[in-house]
Design a protein around this ligand. Structure first.
Ligand SMILES: [Zn+2]
Length: 274
């Protein structure tokens, strides 16, 4: 499979203080794959287009507030990588991509942000995909926190299927008209997560490109909910690969702080797709 990873040293040097310590150890754990030529290494760069996509997704007030918190550059660089990866997938250069980030995106809405998220990388990439003629996108957000920013930005667009796992109380809420699906797993655990994921993936969905919002804060040794082990991460990767059946897959790193978790689960996920 033609695969690429997006990484920049600034993600660990200047990334959000909670998220940054896991980035470099996880990247170093997969340098053997890069050196063996099994996956391409890409370094993101901010361009005029990145700035334009940012302005299409977030208000001027929002951007000014992020600049005041001094995470503007690293958040935009993170999103730039996701946009570049989406473009390479859309044009067929790649079939699989994994994007490291220095700040996450799924809590960034049009005019508000929280939870270590500043700019919505996935939605900026969707804007780019639309310009390339890709209409139907499926997002599966397996970060245990509710992807409220993404829902704010694309919830009203039925051509984006938004499947949103979260650790709120055990409850499934479906809006097939707008293609929004919220799966509350409560405290979770491997079997509940795997059962719920399998139920989603067993259905028929109409999409051209698949994005996974990959938060490993769902790991039992990390700070979020779900209390998952490696069993779930391995299943996630294998099940997504089978589900995508050759359609392009873009993994976007989201929450997670524990370097030991990151350097185990990230290479594990990537190797599944190679
Ligand atoms: Zn999270």
């Amino acid at each position: 499979m033609k695969a690429g990873v997006w990484y920049h040293p600034d993600f660990s040097l200047r990334g959000h203080s909670v998220l940054r310590d896991r980035v470099e150890p996880a990247f170093n754990a997969m340098t053997d794959l890069i050196e063996a030529g099994k996956i391409g290494l890409f370094t993101p760069a901010i361009t005029q287009e990145t700035e334009e996509l940012l302005n299409q997704c977030h208000s001027a007030r929002h951007i000014a507030m992020v600049k005041a918190e001094h995470y503007h550059d690293v958040a935009l660089l993170s999103a730039a990588g996701v946009v570049e990866a989406a473009e390479r997938l859309a044009t067929g250069d790649l079939e699989f991509a994994f994007c490291f980030v220095g700040a996450a995106g799924h809590h960034a809405g049009y005019d508000r942000f929280w939870g270590f998220c500043y700019y919505n990388d996935a939605v900026m990439a969707i804007k780019k995909l639309r310009a390339l003629g890709i209409k139907r996108v499926m997002i599966i957000d397996v970060d245990p926190h509710f992807g409220d920013g993404t829902r704010d930005l694309i919830g009203a667009d039925p051509d984006v299927i938004h499947v949103n796992f979260h650790s709120g109380s055990w409850r499934i809420v479906e809006d097939p008209e707008l293609n929004n699906y919220d799966i509350g797993l409560g405290s979770g655990g491997d079997s509940d997560f795997i059962d719920a994921l399998n139920r989603v993936l067993s259905r028929s969905w109409d999409y051209e490109i698949l994005m996974i919002i990959f938060g490993h804060d769902s790991h039992i040794l990390d700070y979020g909910g779900f209390a998952l082990t490696e069993i779930s991460f391995k299943h996630l990767a294998e099940a997504i690969k089978e589900f995508a059946a050759g359609k392009p897959v873009l993994f976007i790193l989201s929450g997670g702080a524990n370097p030991e978790v990151a350097k185990t689960v990230i290479p594990m996920v990537i190797k599944t797709f190679l």
